[in-house]
Ligand binder design. Structure first.
Ligand code: ADP
Length: 494
């Protein structure tokens, strides 16, 4: 009970998962939108100014260079200044202010030289980070226009020396950097609202999905509790998803199987108590007669007592055998033995029946056959099959046991001419405790265990077995087994 209290419910479990997911999601959003926003922005800007400078370099020898430069400036919204460095004092070929209305043309020549030297040292290219005070100051007439407040604008510059066959050029691309601080502030407010919303939505989804998933499970659990109370008629229906459907189907199957086992067990108890009571009544009855009435102590009466005691012990050993075989705790003592003489030995047990009750039990065989198995168990198989044939044989009281050889296998048949078995009952006769003729069970000897023992023993050897039967014409129970070809040699080896 203590342990159960510690277990977390599906609702709690899903809520935890959704909350963890939401927290991770929110954390990522916060990191990317606040801490990493500025570095990302600057990296992208740097990439753009470099790209722009490379485009200028690509078109440097084009005839319509100035028009192309105008296009580049317009498309990228950047300042571009191009200088011819072949003269001692650099001459400005192009400045982008005409397009962008930006005062890039006023980069101080001293700054241009400084950039050039830096680029030269750097292998032809140099990036100059965002700076609050640009290396050049705004001439007086620009200060009237507020948007050109260059003093407070951050710029990212990229300088590149472009060499052609006969001359050298120097391009400076500048991009304005918008301060992200105010954006970050706005984002923080937005993110706070989003955080609350995401957590609330996660909680809602967790609760709804937990309800959706757990409701049918609870239904199944309630029904399973009913099943535990031995209500085997309960049916586990449907389910909203595949896994639950499978569970329900399995539980319905288990319920039917449990019902079968339950009714078979009840039947067995009824059978066994009857079967135990009959010989016990006989034993007690005959013993009392022999004790009380002088002269009744005859060998015939004593034989009846012995026979009934034998029947009792057979029943008990059958029960023991089946439970051991089904539990797999029987070890087969395999050795090569003569199957033909084993069958002949079983026949000896029926001599009295043949002589006194006119039964006709025949064994048809050509030659002696040897197999490697547990002789005791195989004789049990034969005894159970012959016993059944005797019990269920027809009015002709005839039972034929036939041994034939088919290549490497011996084929044993036990044939009677009784009522046969209904085809719809056939699949069940090998089940334990199964009796076809339930109403007449008292008349016919048997516990319903014989064929189940046969099945279990033959299954241990992976041997094939079966029955051919026609209603009203009798049954032919058969099984096959590998023949040992050189029994003497095999015996020596083993
Ligand atoms: P039982 O002890 O009742 O004979 P078995 O397991 O040996 O139990 O047989 C199961 C059922 O199969 C029997 O109750 C009987 O109805 C049917 N059966 C077995 N052998 C024969 C047979 N040779 N002819 C007709 N029915 C048979």
């Amino acid at each position: 009970m203590k342990h159960r209290n510690k277990q977390i419910s599906l609702k709690g479990y899903l809520t935890c998962i959704f909350l963890v997911f939401a927290v991770v999601l929110i954390a990522f959003m916060w990191i990317f939108q606040t801490v990493l926003l500025e570095p990302f922005y600057k990296t992208i800007k740097t990439y753009q100014v470099k790209n722009c400078a490379h485009s200028v370099a690509e078109h440097i020898q084009d005839d319509d260079l100035l028009a192309i430069l105008d296009e580049i400036v317009e498309q990228n919204n950047m300042n571009v200044s191009l200088y011819d460095t072949s003269t001692e004092i650099f001459s400005c070929i192009y400045a982008s202010d005409s397009i962008n209305h930006r005062p890039s043309n006023i980069i101080k020549l001293s700054t241009v030289y400084k950039y050039y030297d830096e680029a030269k040292l750097n292998g032809g290219e140099a990036t100059f980070g965002a700076q609050n005070t640009p290396p050049h100051s705004l001439p007086k007439h620009y200060s009237d226009i507020p948007m050109f407040d260059r003093e407070h604008t951050e710029f990212l510059s990229f300088a590149k020396i472009i060499e052609t066959k006969d001359s050298e050029y120097f391009v400076i691309v500048e991009s304005e950097i918008t301060p992200v601080t105010s954006t970050v502030q706005t984002l923080k407010v937005q993110l706070s609202i989003i955080t609350v919303l995401i957590i609330l939505i996660s909680l809602f989804i967790a609760l709804v999905s937990a309800h959706y998933i757990s409701k049918p499970i609870r239904k199944t659990t309630d029904k399973a509790k009913e099943l535990a109370k031995q209500n085997y008629d309960i049916e586990f229906h449907g389910g909203r998803y595949k896994e639950l459907c499978e569970l329900n189907n399995t539980l319905t199957y288990s319920a039917t199987e449990l019902k079968k086992v339950d009714s078979l067990q009840k039947e067995l108890i009824a059978n066994i108590s009857h079967d135990l009571r009959t010989p016990l009544t006989m034993i007690t009855g005959y013993s009392e007669v022999m004790r009380d009435i002088p002269g009744e102590n005859t060998p015939e009466n004593i034989q009846i007592v012995i026979d009934e005691a034998n029947r009792l012990s057979q029943l008990v050993s059958d029960l023991l055998d089946i439970s051991k075989l089904e539990a797999g705790s029987v070890t087969m003592e395999n050795k090569v033995f003569n199957l033909t003489s084993c069958i002949k030995d079983i026949f000896k047990r029926y001599t009295k029946l043949v002589e006194q009750e006119n039964y006709n039990i025949v064994f048809e065989y050509d030659t002696d056959v040897y197999i490697c198995a547990d002789e005791l168990r195989i004789s049990q198989v034969m005894y159970n099959l012959i016993n059944n044939a005797v019990n269920y044989c027809g009015d002709d009281k005839m039972v034929v046991v036939r041994q034939s050889i088919n290549d490497t296998k011996v084929y044993i048949e036990v044939i009677d001419h009784g009522n046969g078995i209904d085809s719809d009952k056939l699949p069940y006769i090998w089940d334990r405790y199964y009796k076809v003729d339930k109403e007449h069970k008292q008349a016919v000897v048997g516990t319903g265990l014989g064929l189940s023992i046969v099945k279990n023993i033959l299954n241990q050897y992976n041997a094939r077995y079966g029955v051919k039967t026609k209603e009203g014409q009798g049954s032919d129970f058969w099984w096959t087994f590998d023949i040992v070809q050189n029994p003497d040699k095999t015996k020596e080896e083993s």
